[in-house]
Design a protein around this ligand. Structure first.
Ligand SMILES: *Cc1c(COP(=O)(O)O)cnc(C)c1O
Length: 671
């Protein structure tokens, strides 16, 4: 097909707004922002075809790692706000903090995510593309992202508004399509945007539809409804945001002519898609509708489950929709509707995201016990492997460049366990990443031959962000006895999470109090934890610290990114780690959950678990310095065995294995 015909066909399927005036320069010559256009036409056609069993994947957030995966090019200028990301640093070397910042050049990632749930959704879309599946993602175009984090000493975290420019973001296009959601307060109009997620070989793509309320058809108040992810100052805004995702999403799919077999809802956030489809149907028809809905639960923590009073729901939704919602989600003996219940009562398949989470979910929802299946999370290897490790795998014939990174190749790393040259190369690959990481922190004098541990994730109480700083005197003693330490910390607390603020405040205070110890204990806390920082950290440190209070971590994924880069785990026994307990990928410590009921995350066990943490840390620090003797490496060390185990274990904790399980258990697709 000629380039002109290809573009004409694309435009007949995708009605791009402002095409001639704005987007024509980037969608031309058979290319879409520098990527091949033909796979997009094919994907669009398949989603409209009768015989395909297409899947619509709904998520409130998407972390697409566009800064280093599928980089689109544009011939138009990119707004400065989309480019640089500056991170201030709070360390126990305050002089450096005053004069320098960490700046990461390049495109910022689409700011439509807050943490692990979003990154998982992004990794899932990429894997759907790798498997050439007929799928479409549905999400929200957050006009001001999540938020920008600023540290304020003696206060904690000051959330600032994030600004970005959607019109010059490469690869993102507005559509002419509008949909109308009818609410008790009146009609709400939504504009559809599209972004495409390519496979790693660029031969297939998954469209991602993003909903946007910021259009002139809406009143001023309505236009702000898609401003900020997890905005929470009013319950009615929360409910409307969920209605936008679910109802707007279902209407958007129909407006585009997509024929959807399976609606995959992540968290209760998206259950309004069911309400949209069920409205006006007879009882048997509604039952039949359930065959098309599946639901994934991502957290055992109460705060992660949406629950609204029937009074609030009635203020937002039309009576008919309220009736449906209450029919499926009213909590017995309470005046509330739980979106989790709606999801479980309407879905034909339910899953947890790790085996330990499945056990917890069955305790929390005994009525649904037999219907709760498990699909353990994974990470998209192609996104999260560092370049030096990709080269290492290629050198040993375990992967080939430009092709999909296969789990089988990762598993075969263990065949090279006793090969001295491989062990030396493995260490060198790690050291290259660590030197690069230390390079970013040159002004803070980080040393690539000093033991480095990192804790970086969302700041939430059950994740126990400050556990390693619980008893700073012990930490100092440890460093003096066993050898110097570098500790890197990062994470955002939800702007309304007061406990999260307190944690950050405490952490800043403790770091400040350690100024005298900088020679042997360097602690660096990074502002604005995001995907680009995550990528640096999960490959550049020696040990990845994960210390949630069991059993509240559903899965966790950052450790999976780290093992792919042979970074050892130091973890409590929770989430995915339970399934890797016997794999020899590091050290496990702390409280073990084996109760009959789950309880709440009230007792954080900080005292006893911090003691266990210091004991385990000391063991690892000693092993590290027995392995790395000032740059001379002891190749027979158990440390390097564990690095080998990390990579071979990554053959299980990736999205290839995960997507195959979803195809079989949840989407019932022929393998
Ligand atoms: C992977 C990732 C997470 C998830 O980390 P957990 O281990 O699940 O806590 C959060 N934020 C970012 C930016 C990530 O890349």
């Amino acid at each position: 097909m000629s380039d002109e015909a290809l573009i004409a066909e694309f435009l007949s399927l995708v009605e791009v707004e402002d095409f001639d005036r704005v987007y024509a320069v980037d969608i031309s010559d058979g290319r879409y922002f520098g990527m091949p256009l033909a796979p997009l036409v094919e994907a669009e056609k398949r989603l409209r075809a009768d015989k395909e069993r297409s899947i619509a994947y709904f998520s409130m957030e998407y972390g697409l790692a566009s800064s280093f995966y599928n980089t689109f090019r544009t011939k138009r200028p990119i707004d400065q706000q989309n480019k640089s990301s500056e991170h201030e640093i709070f360390s126990n070397f305050r002089l450096a903090d005053y004069f320098f910042t960490l700046s990461l050049e390049g495109l910022v990632d689409l700011p439509i995510y807050s943490g692990g749930l979003g990154v998982l959704a992004g990794d899932t879309l990429k894997t759907m593309a790798d498997y050439r599946l007929p799928c479409v993602g549905v999400g929200m175009l957050w006009n001001t992202g999540y938020f920008k984090q600023k540290f304020w000493f003696k206060y904690g975290q000051a959330p600032e508004k994030m600004h970005w420019d959607m019109h010059s973001y490469p690869g993102l296009i507005p559509l002419k399509n509008r949909v109308k959601v009818s609410l008790a307060s009146g009609d709400l109009y939504l504009k559809l945007w599209k972004y495409y997620v390519y496979s790693c070989t660029l031969d297939h793509a998954i469209p991602l539809i993003l909903l946007d309320a910021n259009i002139p058809e809406n009143n001023e108040e309505q236009r702000h409804l898609t401003d900020q992810l997890y905005r929470s100052e009013s319950t009615s805004i929360q409910i409307v945001q969920r209605a936008i995702l679910g109802m707007g999403g279902a209407l958007g799919l129909a407006a585009l002519g997509y024929r959807i077999e399976t609606f995959h809802l992540n968290e209760g956030h998206a259950v309004f898609a069911f309400i949209e489809k069920a409205r006006g149907l007879a009882k048997e028809e509604i039952q039949d509708l359930s065959r098309h809905f599946v639901y994934t639960c991502h957290t055992p923590v109460a705060a992660g489950h949406d629950r609204y009073s029937t009074y609030e729901v009635r203020r937002v939704l039309k009576p008919e929709d309220c009736a449906l919602l209450e029919a499926f989600g009213k909590e017995p003996g309470r005046d509330t509707v739980s979106l989790t219940l709606v999801a479980m009562n309407t879905a034909s398949a339910i899953n947890s995201v790790a085996e330990s989470h499945q056990r917890v979910m069955r305790m929390q929802f005994p009525v649904y016990k037999d219907r709760i299946q498990n699909v353990t999370n994974g990470v998209h290897s192609h996104t999260w492997i560092s370049e030096s490790f990709m080269l290492l795998l290629e050198k040993y014939g375990l992967a080939s460049s430009g092709r999909r990174l296969e789990p089988a190749g990762l598993a075969r790393v263990s065949e090279h366990r006793s090969d001295g040259q491989f062990r030396a190369d493995l260490w060198q690959a790690h050291q290259r990443n660590k030197v690069a990481l230390c390079g970013y922190f040159e002004k803070w004098k980080l040393d690539p031959d000093v033991f480095t541990v990192c804790w970086a994730r969302r700041i939430a109480a059950y994740k126990r962000p400050s556990l390693i700083l619980q008893d700073t005197a012990s930490l100092i003693e440890l460093a003096k006895r066993a050898g110097p330490l570098q500790v890197i910390l990062a994470g955002k607390a939800h702007p309304k999470d007061n406990l999260g603020f307190t944690y950050i405040n405490q952490m800043l205070d403790k770091i400040d109090s350690l100024a005298e110890s900088y020679d042997y204990l360097r602690i660096i806390m990074l502002e604005n934890y995001d995907i680009s920082l995550a990528r640096l950290l999960v490959s550049g440190v020696d040990v990845w610290l994960n210390n949630p209070l069991p059993p509240f971590e559903a899965s966790g994924t950052s450790g999976m990114k780290a093992i792919l880069n042979a970074v050892l785990q130091m973890s409590t026994l929770d989430g995915w780690v339970v399934e890797a307990e016997q794999s020899g990928i590091g050290r496990i410590f702390g409280y073990r959950f084996n109760e009959e009921s789950v309880g709440t995350e009230q007792n954080l066990r900080l005292e006893e678990d911090s003691k266990a943490l210091y004991r385990t840390l000391e063991e690892l620090v000693r092993l590290y310095y027995a392995t790395n003797r000032k740059g001379r490496v002891e190749l027979s060390s158990e440390w390097i065995d564990m690095m080998v185990n990390c990579i071979s274990t990554a053959s299980r904790f990736n999205t290839c294995r995960m997507i195959e399980e979803y195809m079989q258990k949840m989407w019932k697709m022929p393998g």
